[in-house]
Design a protein. Structure first.
Length: 186
């Protein structure tokens, strides 16, 4: 008796993963340079990728985005790319997107049918906190190589100005994704 194994990702899933990778890249190009960390729509793109595609495909969309940037494709803020961006002071926030999407994937796996919108939003907020925490620790480590910085200063530069805008991006992504899901079968 021959057993057929289910592929890890279908062609449809791979296609939508690629589309969402492009969305994240385009959102990162929409950037306002404020302080040491630019204000971009990257998190909006990540929120949309994860909420539309689910944890697995959303996480792979983020991973492909990061890998494209790591090899030099200019997908990061300011049309930048390369390992130097990832190993720079703000690279931890980009890598932190994997923590955000991974938290969603894990919660989705364990909660199954109980993974309703309020829970999804809570998980996305928790994932955003993980992204902030990892990114801030990375920022302090890298920035400290050229000058001293304390946690309070790093938070005032890299997290506090972004909390309300990121909550707004999450709310907008949630609204758009819930409407898109009604009409598009992903």
């Amino acid at each position: 008796m021959e057993q057929t194994s289910k592929p890890f990702m279908t062609v449809k899933e791979m296609t939508f993963t690629a589309i969402m990778t492009v969305l994240i890249a385009v959102c990162s190009w929409i950037s306002l340079p404020i302080g040491n960390v630019p204000f971009t729509l990257q998190t909006f793109g990540v929120f949309c990728a994860v909420m539309l595609l689910g944890g697995k495909c959303g996480t792979f969309s983020v991973l492909v985005y990061i890998l494209l940037g790591a090899i030099g494709v200019p997908v990061f803020a300011g049309f930048s790319g390369g390992a130097g961006v990832l190993f720079g002071s703000t690279g931890g926030y980009i890598i932190g997107f994997l923590l955000l999407s991974g938290a969603y994937w894990i919660a989705e796996h364990f909660l199954g049918d109980k993974f309703i919108l309020p829970v999804q939003l809570g998980v996305m907020l928790f994932g955003t906190f993980l992204c902030y925490a990892f990114g801030t620790a990375w920022f302090i480590k890298v920035y400290s190589q050229t000058g001293a910085i304390d946690l309070k200063t790093a938070l005032s530069w890299c997290v506090i100005p972004f909390i309300i805008p990121d909550c707004g991006k999450l709310a907008l992504a949630s609204l758009i994704c819930s409407r898109v899901k009604k009409y598009v079968r992903l």
